[in-house]
Design a protein around this ligand. Structure first.
Ligand code: CDP
Length: 227
């Protein structure tokens, strides 16, 4: 199959990363988790005590960071200036602050440029919030993945419990709903379904069912002469 780009967008905990990684593996494409990049910047901001109400300093700090994404067996490995931040960027503190950092236009400009560079040679499955609308508006296949807030909260709660995190289902549901609201309402490239994206409601579907569905859409996109 010729190389092409796949954009997968959608709200928090819709299963984008798991599914995108599977699809990329099956196609021999590169998986890019853009949320991990916003999380890495947020983690660094928390480490250095910079808050989102100091956008210029934050942007200067972010511009100097070296963010590397490497394929891993279970998750994408994230290196920040050579330091492995894969696990710490999933912490409750980072999750609570990431949407405020991601709303800063200068931070978005920086990260979007990096993401576009990663996808330049094609053969990328990229997941995020604005991939189909802003980062890769010419992606050959665009998917908007969603599920009910209740189901997304249940999935994230199970993941967090497996990591022994001390949270309740209610807290997770509240956090997800709040992040949805911030991501949808921000001025700079908000979370919205691209006009030409295919909507996939994954409520009640397993990860492999969703991946199979996207793979079959990818095959038919490829069959239409995409290269
Ligand atoms: O995995 P989860 O659904 O919790 O979120 P994520 O993909 O790791 O993204 C974390 C946050 O980064 C989102 O809530 C957005 O605020 C921001 N983000 C964004 O603004 N644009 C992207 N392309 C990806 C993530």
């Amino acid at each position: 199959m010729d190389k092409f780009n796949i954009a997968i967008d959608g709200p928090g905990a819709a299963g984008k990363s798991t599914v995108a990684r599977l699809v990329a593996k099956q196609l021999g494409f590169i998986y890019v988790d853009t949320g991990a990049m916003y999380r890495a910047v947020t983690w660094k901001a928390l480490q250095t005590g910079l808050s989102p109400d100091r956008p210029e300093e934050l942007a200067r700090m972010a511009a100097a960071l070296r963010i590397e994404l490497h394929p891993g067996e279970h998750a994408q490995q994230v290196l920040l200036d050579g330091y492995d931040v894969t696990d710490v960027i999933r912490s409750v503190a980072v999750t609570q602050h990431v949407s405020a950092v991601a709303a800063i236009p200068e931070i978005r400009r920086l990260l979007v440029a990096k993401q576009q560079e990663m996808a330049r040679s094609k053969g990328v499955v990229m997941d995020g919030r604005d991939i189909g609308t802003h980062v890769l508006p010419d992606a050959e296949l665009k998917i908007f993945l969603t599920a009910s807030v209740k189901e997304r909260a249940e999935r994230r709660y199970m993941e967090m419990k497996a990591k022994n995190e001390d949270v309740t289902l209610e807290q997770v549901e509240k956090e997800i709903a709040e992040r949805d609201r911030m991501d949808e309402q921000r001025a700079a490239s908000p979370l919205v379904q691209a006009e030409d994206a295919i909507l996939l409601d994954t409520s009640g579907m397993s990860v492999s069912e969703v991946a199979e569905r996207i793979l079959s859409l990818a095959k038919s996109a490829a069959g239409k002469g995409i290269r």
